[in-house]
Design a protein. Structure first.
Length: 353
């Protein structure tokens, strides 16, 4: 994996990154590079990045994939490095989560592309840090740092969980979310359109024996709605540790914990077997950039995980060029609906002739 420009900027200053270093949300494999000269740990919220670090030989005992840093994994870091996330509230979450882990006098670093909004985020570091300032700007990126000079407030994960009631497609659901989860705290218009479409769909007559997959489960709204609609246990998959935790909490809040199986996976890599129905509101961003590769890889491999005559439902922004990819993957597709800037596509695993 090539290093991002943000990591290249960090590398220009790595003589300062000594001692015990935690990367709170790495975006590439730079933590492995730095581990040659420092005692490096990595807290990944992306299964893709966790897998990437594993593939380059990053120490497994220093690598965590989770929604929060576990106490058993250690503290007293000299430095914590945060890459500017897309959601500003997620940055607040990460800062609050790592401050108790930094030793007194240690530093928190924030690096980001100018387009990510990192310039306005410097003030967020001032909530708990002192002597906050710019270290360097290069390659259209900025690097900031601040010092921990006083004890940090204990991090309480539950305070960052948002819970609300949502009515959609004939159901009233209790949903749980947290910073960094797609559609955090609100109903995404595309998801609403998709569920209303599914509410009209005639599922197979022996639906009780079906297997259903929600790809990119987010806060679990699609998976929970499908469970309530069909009574079938759902497999919910996401690359994000935050999303998987949110889905877990959503099913628990609806007294349905036993109805969901959670899978952390980069695409469909960790999926076994075939499904009668695959439903998705797939991600199309990597950071701040449009990225077709996630959805494209999913479409090209989903055929291997659909039963004969198995069905795929996709909702997406209608400007995304998904139709030709769907046709290449499944031979054909149908656009079921187009409204409010979204389109719903349906594909089917062809029966063997």
């Amino acid at each position: 994996m090539n290093l991002n420009t943000t990591s290249q900027l960090l590398a220009r200053n790595e003589e300062s990154l000594t001692g015990k270093v935690l990367f709170a949300n790495p975006e590439d494999t730079y933590p492995k590079d730095l581990s040659r000269t420092a005692d490096v740990y990595a807290w990944c919220q992306s299964k893709t990045l966790c897998d990437a670090l594993t593939s380059v030989g990053f120490a497994a005992e220093k690598l965590v994939f989770a929604e929060q840093w576990p106490a058993a994994a250690g503290a007293e870091f000299d430095h914590v490095v945060i890459y500017q996330p897309k959601a500003k509230e997620l940055l607040d979450y990460l800062i609050a989560a790592v401050l108790p882990l930094v030793k007194m006098g240690g530093k928190v670093w924030l690096v980001g592309d100018n387009k990510s909004g990192v310039k306005s985020s410097m003030k967020r570091l001032e909530n708990g840090l002192e002597e906050v300032g710019k270290v360097e700007g290069a390659k259209h990126c900025l690097l900031y740092q601040g010092y921990k000079r006083e004890e940090a407030k204990p991090f309480v994960f539950e305070k960052w969980v948002t819970t609300w009631q949502q009515e959609v497609a004939g159901q009233i659901l209790t949903l749980c979310s947290m910073p960094g989860v797609f559609g955090h705290g609100k109903l995404d218009k595309g998801t609403e359109l998709l569920l209303n479409q599914l509410d009209q769909h005639r599922f197979m007559s022996d639906i009780a024996h079906a297997r259903l997959l929600d790809f990119g489960c987010g806060d679990g709204i699609i998976a929970l709605w499908l469970y309530n609609k069909t009574g079938v246990k759902i497999t919910a998959l996401d690359d994000s540790a935050f999303a998987l935790k949110a889905t877990e909490l959503t099913f628990a809040a609806n007294q349905a914990s036993d109805a969901v199986t959670l899978i952390a996976s980069n695409g469909l890599k960790e999926v076994k077997g075939r499904f009668n129905y695959v439903v998705t509101n797939p991600p199309f961003h990597s950071g701040i950039s449009t990225d077709y590769s996630i959805a494209e890889q999913f479409f090209m491999t989903v055929k291997q995980h659909l039963t004969l005559n198995g069905e795929l439902f996709v909702v997406a922004n209608d400007f995304l060029r998904y139709p030709p990819i769907l046709d290449a993957a499944l031979g054909s597709h149908t656009r079921l609906q187009r409204d409010k800037g979204f389109a719903i596509y349906h594909g089917r695993q062809p029966k063997k002739r």
